[in-house]
Design a protein around this ligand. Structure first.
Ligand code: 5GP
Ligand code: MG
Ligand code: MG
Length: 183
């Protein structure tokens, strides 16, 4: 149960924890089919992708490694700046690796298109993207996302790793943040 303080900050649940887990299992089956016999490197984008990474990695039956990057694009607001900075880089040498970027959500696409470009300069054998959510209405940049969990409307959502001002990441479901919280 959520405290009434938190429940007041949310307008509606978009996807429950069970729906998210079921979809992640489907994505894992597609990934396994595409990478038969391969050893993959999952690159999680901190901090939003922590929950997706934890569930996807445990669902996958392939041999894999996990590494993490932190980049800044949003700050505390709800709008992408387009300016991306590396706050924490990978520990792994990407030479010859099959890389799968694991992201929580793609909105404008600015963060991921920058990240794709950056990782492709490091000698990886391939770089693909798995994003749990995509907001097509907001796409400013064409990004080829191989695995997408859910196409969602252009609302600001929180939970399952997704934050507003570093809060709500621990919610099990993904919910729409009430506009009174940020306006
Ligand atoms: P983009 O560069 O695609 O506009 O933004 C990507 C990043 O912005 C995501 O990885 C996520 O951290 C943040 N973001 C975009 N849309 C939302 C949203 O609806 N809710 C939350 N909590 N973060 C979002
Ligand atoms: Mg993210
Ligand atoms: Mg955030």
């Amino acid at each position: 149960m959520l405290s009434s303080d938190i429940a007041d900050d949310l307008t509606s649940v978009l996807y429950t924890e069970a729906e998210i887990h079921a979809r992640i299992a489907q994505l894992a089956r597609s990934i396994e089919a595409d990478y038969v016999g391969e050893d993959i490197l999952l690159v999680g984008v901190l901090k939003g992708a922590v929950m997706v990474m934890a569930d996807l990695a445990r669902e996958l039956t392939l041999p894999l490694n996990m590494d993490w990057m932190a980049v800044s694009s949003y700050g505390a607001g709800t709008q992408s700046s387009g300016v991306v900075r590396i706050l924490k880089d990978l520990d792994t040498d990407l030479s010859g690796r099959k890389v799968l970027i694991v992201e929580d959500i793609i909105d404008s696409g600015l963060t991921l298109s920058w990240l794709l470009g950056n990782l492709r300069t490091r000698g990886a054998a391939s770089v693909e993207i798995c994003a749990l959510f995509r907001k097509p209405a907001a796409a400013k940049v064409e990004v080829d996302v191989r695995y997408v969990g859910f196409e969602i409307p252009n609302d600001f959502v929180v939970g399952y790793g997704l934050d507003y001002a570093e809060r709500y990441r621990n919610l099990r479901d993904v919910a729409v943040l009430a506009p009174h919280v940020y306006s």
